[in-house]
Design a protein around this ligand. Structure first.
Ligand SMILES: [Zn+2]
Length: 105
């Protein structure tokens, strides 16, 4: 496999994982609240925590989709601001990075 094929697979695996996590949270959030008021309060706190996880997941899904699109069009690995090559070490640590280290500062 080429480097990009490996990366595409890694990103797609992560995308699938995130998508199913977000779907599970969605299902959880659409459950009706318990009738008991105290249980409701606990549940609402859980809801907020789940929504935070869901939002983070959806953000990462967007970033991964963008990275996959950039791989497909051949612009992956170059900075979207200055056009310089993003250091491979940076991409290794953060495969969805769109900015080089200088522009990200
Ligand atoms: Zn840059």
């Amino acid at each position: 496999m080429t480097e990009f094929e490996t990366l595409t697979k890694t990103l797609n695996d992560r995308l699938a994982e995130l998508t199913s996590r977000v779907r599970r949270i969605d299902e959880n959030l659409s459950q009706p609240l318990p009738a008991d008021f105290e249980e409701q309060a606990v549940d609402l706190e859980d809801h907020e925590a789940m929504e935070a996880v869901e939002n983070a997941g959806m953000l990462e899904i967007q970033q991964i989709r963008r990275a996959l699109a950039r791989i497909a069009e051949g612009s992956y690995g170059s900075c979207t601001r200055c056009g310089e090559i993003i250091a491979p070490k940076r991409l290794e640590a953060l495969p969805t990075a769109t900015l080089c280290i200088a522009c990200a500062r």
